[in-house]
Design a protein around this ligand. Structure first.
Ligand code: F58
Length: 839
């Protein structure tokens, strides 16, 4: 329904522009307090002030959002759709204020109304719809896509519960549900945009008069998907993109009235609840797949709704189907959305009547697949019987895809029987399994890893056969990046300001390679002093947080050594805490004179363990138990403190990361696909102690070997070492044995609690090579101590490192995807002047 020409003048006259001055902002805030929040004048606490300020910004964003969408529709440009089951967004208000360039306006406005902007920002609950790196990467990508003016949409699930809140009770992790939707001013419910999603049922095949076979998927159950839109503002651009999250509801509406009237109230409510369960909760596993039916249901629900939406938008353009890949690029964030490949093929052949080959050519040109792991336990597989029951038509199509694929392999490599079994999308196990990564490879035109080493590894290990089959050009690398807007400007405003003062304003936030201008100040006394002051202030801020949350006093002049990330054996937090115990034992054995020469250290840990990952929970327990002993040992005092920070999340990361002197990225070589917090820490002027793994390798190439503390075995040696552990004699490093002895003697409480952790290393082959790397780890930590003593040199290293981090902007990364995978161009108002309500 469009307004006729005659009436449009009136519309144009009152077109919303959104506030741009302090006065207009204040007016919006007061209006929202009085009307939207229905509060009487002057009855406003910090929660209400946060709500009103957010609503004022939301109004502005949605106006920009509308213009962006009109522009994209008008120019009919190719769009990219980023499909991710996780978007770890964190807080939105601060980001929105900075990206639209009105933080100062808001700050002064709020202050006139009686509030401190910092307190208002703190009111916001994180949007924590993700587990870790993969989800946060998706959030950084949204920021970059909008900041670079790409016509891009994110599609995800609107979980009612995000990643659980972690509490530490008596040293143990306790999970508390994260109900974050109580009040969320950042989403727009679109009750008019709904899609019916089908599950279960049967497939009936019949022939029409012309003998053409058609498959009809019928019966089963229908669940309704409703869209919720979250505006994504670009930094200092006219673009506000969209993140569309789907929420599930029973198709029948509130509840089944027939059942209700016939007295079956309970079961009518049960239907409703079963439908709502689909988008109820984020699965809290990080790098582990468990094959639960509800998870597959989530995947199909989200993928089917998103594809319906994408296809509907394409159809409005009235183009021929073969032009679909010129208009649409779909990126699969890991294998979780792989069903999209099957669903699009189904739409084209079953609903739109295309021939198989024509449809398949469209499908396989549309998709790109990003792999994020080589860990076998994280590769998705779904049991065929489960599939058969839930998505019978999709299973048939998968079998067809597999048949045609295997036939082509057979033609190319006629004599290689085992090859067919190895690359089959269906694994011939008991029960049979659908290998989602293989399906994703077969159905995409590009497959990429997320750091150079990782992309090489997938080509030579898990996907080796596919490189032979499809040729090497299908496989590529796009090294991850992070958005400097959130991870420098927002998290570390003072450092950002200092950099701006030396590089000619804030342009570096749009072109991060401009940081290289800092290198000339690496020996500038005045500059170094300011640099150090900022780091110190950031450490003071974290020390306050530590005091407030743990009660422990830490000295901000001590070296802050931080490892914050999901707890996982491959990430080796256990090696870190064993190193801390080693340090403790060393200090205890020293004379008071010797102790005076030591550099004081604060070892800081943070991260969640998957609720069912017992070994990870044991690591958390050990860290807390070690902290409890060391922190109250008067012998040690300030020389060593051990802190476990509860409930690590995006907003806490913004406080923690700028406060590091050294951060730990110490995964067993070849296991961490990329890592992205490594980039965040260095960008904030901290150095790294790390293994030759993931993006650490490229960080080393950029900042130089002298500015990073690398240690440990290389990925090419890992197999050999593991083999030796299993079949040879496996002698532990004597330093590690001493650490184990002290744990076993009860120094840190109940011995049995930690026996599995020690057992994994002593008796079960030390799969993650903790012992093999231990000596080199503690020796390298000693080098860190030495280096830190020379503050003058240390600060120069930090400055040089920051100056060389330009490569790791997610802007660079998104431009690479746009050029080599999506084939899309940026779109700004100059490119497409929209008539009517547009600019
Ligand atoms: C992470 N994967 C990688 N997966 O571990 C990390 O090296 C990389 O930097 C990052 O992706 C971005 O590329 C990761 O976070 C998950 O959390 C999945 C969640 C869903 C289940 C399987 C693991």
């Amino acid at each position: 329904a469009s307004i006729p020409e005659n009436q449009r003048e009136a519309w144009k006259k009152y077109q919303t522009k959104g506030f741009s001055t302090k006065e207009e902002f204040e007016k919006d805030v007061v209006r929202h307090v009085e009307t939207t929040l229905a509060r009487s004048m002057f009855n406003c606490d910090e929660t209400a002030a946060y709500a009103a300020a957010s609503l004022a910004f939301r109004d502005r964003l949605i106006t920009e959002w509308n213009r962006t969408q009109q522009r994209q529709t008008f120019t009919d440009s190719k769009r990219v759709y980023y499909l991710s089951l996780e978007f770890l967004m964190g807080r939105a208000l601060d980001n929105a204020m900075l990206n639209v360039g009105l933080k100062n306006v808001a700050k002064e406005g709020m202050s006139e109304l009686g509030f401190r902007i910092e307190d208002i920002i703190e009111q916001e609950h994180d949007a924590a719809l993700g587990n870790g790196g993969l989800g946060r990467l998706a959030a950084c990508f949204l920021d970059s896509m909008a900041s670079l003016n790409y016509p891009a949409w994110g599609y995800g699930l609107r979980y009612r519960y995000g990643i659980f809140k972690q509490e530490i009770v008596d040293g143990y992790q306790v999970e508390v549900p994260d109900y974050w939707l109580d009040f969320n001013p950042w989403e727009f419910p679109r009750h008019d945009i709904t899609v019916d999603i089908q599950f279960y049922g049967n497939v009936r095949k019949y022939q029409d008069d012309k003998g053409v076979q058609t498959a009809v998927w019928e019966g089963g159950e229908i669940v309704k998907a409703t869209a919720f839109d979250v505006p994504i503002p670009g930094y200092s651009t006219p673009t506000t993109n969209n993140l569309r999250l789907w929420s599930s509801k029973a198709a029948s509406g509130e509840f089944d009235f027939q059942k209700f009237n016939s007295g079956d109230y309970e079961s009518s409510v049960a239907d409703q609840q079963r439908a709502e369960t689909i988008s109820a909760v984020l699965y809290p596993n990080d790098n582990l797949e468990r094959g639960k039916e509800l998870r597959l249901k989530q995947q199909y629900f989200w993928v089917a709704a998103s594809l319906y939406d994408i296809v509907r938008r394409f159809k409005k353009s009235k183009r021929a189907w073969r032009e679909f890949p010129d208009q649409v690029a779909i990126q699969l964030n890991d294998t979780h959305p792989t069903l999209a490949i099957v669903e699009l093929q189904r739409i084209l052949i079953d609903l739109e009547g295309l021939e198989w080959d024509e449809a398949w050519s469209i499908v396989s040109q549309t998709f790109g697949y990003t792999n994020h792991t080589v860990l076998p336990e994280a590769l998705e597989k779904w049991s065929v019987p489960l599939f058969q029951n839930l998505l019978p038509r999709h299973l048939q199509i998968i079998y067809e895809i597999n048949l045609f694929f295997l036939q082509s392999v057979e033609r190319k490599f006629p004599k290689e029987r085992e090859l067919l079994a190895r690359v089959s999308i269906i694994e011939e196990s008991q029960p049979k399994m659908v290998r989602m990564a293989y399906l994703a490879i077969v159905g995409s035109h590009k497959v990429n890893g997320v750091a150079e080493l990782h992309s090489d590894l997938i080509k030579t290990t898990i996907f080796k056969d596919f490189v032979r089959i499809f040729g090497p050009d299908k496989f590529t690398n796009v090294t991850n990046g992070i958005t400097p807007r959130r991870w420098l400007h927002q998290a570390n405003p003072r450092l950002s300001e200092l950099i701006a003062s030396k590089t000619g304003g804030y342009d570096f936030l749009k072109d991060l390679t401009m940081l290289n201008k800092l290198e000339q100040f690496a020996d500038d006394k005045e500059f170094k002093k300011e640099w150090q002051e900022i780091k110190y202030a950031n450490k003071v801020r974290l020390a306050k947080h530590i005091k407030a949350t743990t009660g422990v006093t830490v000295n901000p002049s001590a070296l802050f050594d931080i490892q914050v990330k999901r707890i996982h054996e491959y990430k080796r937090q256990q090696m870190n805490i064993f190193g801390v115990i080693h340090r403790y034992l060393t200090i205890k054995a020293m004379s008071p004179e010797e102790r005076k020469k030591l550099a004081p250290r604060v070892s800081i840990f943070g991260g969640k363990a998957a609720p069912g990952y017992w070994m990870a929970k044991t690591i958390i327990h050990l860290v807390n138990s070690v902290g409890a002993v060391i922190n109250k040992d008067a012998d040690v005092g300030d020389l060593l403190k051990v802190i476990f920070l509860e409930d690590y999340n995006v907003s806490k990361a913004e406080t923690i990361i700028p406060a590091s002197d050294i951060s730990e990225h110490i995964s067993t070589a070849g296991t961490e696909a990329s890592g992205t917090s490594n980039m965040k820490f260095v960008l904030n002027g901290g150095l790294i102690i790390g293994t030759c793994d993931g993006a650490n390798i490229e960080i080393t190439r950029e900042v130089g070997e002298n500015n990073i503390f690398l240690f440990g075995n290389l990925s090419e040696d890992v197999d050999e070492l593991r083999h030796a552990h299993t079949y040879g004699r496996h002698e532990l490093d004597p330093n590690l044995t001493k650490v184990f002895d002290s744990i076993k003697s009860g120094t840190f409480g109940d011995v049995n609690s930690f026996s599995a952790l020690i057992g994994a290393i002593e008796d079960h082959g030390d799969y993650y090579l903790v012992s093999d790397d231990f000596l080199s780890y503690i020796q390298t930590q000693d080098l860190v101590d030495q280096a830190y003593k020379n503050q003058d040199e240390w600060v120069s290293k930090c400055i040089i490192s920051v100056a060389r981090m330009g490569f790791f902007s997610s802007d660079r990364c998104i431009n690479e995807y746009a050029e080599s995978i999506w084939n899309i161009e940026p779109l700004t108002p100059e490119d497409g002047n929209t008539s009517g309500l547009g600019k």
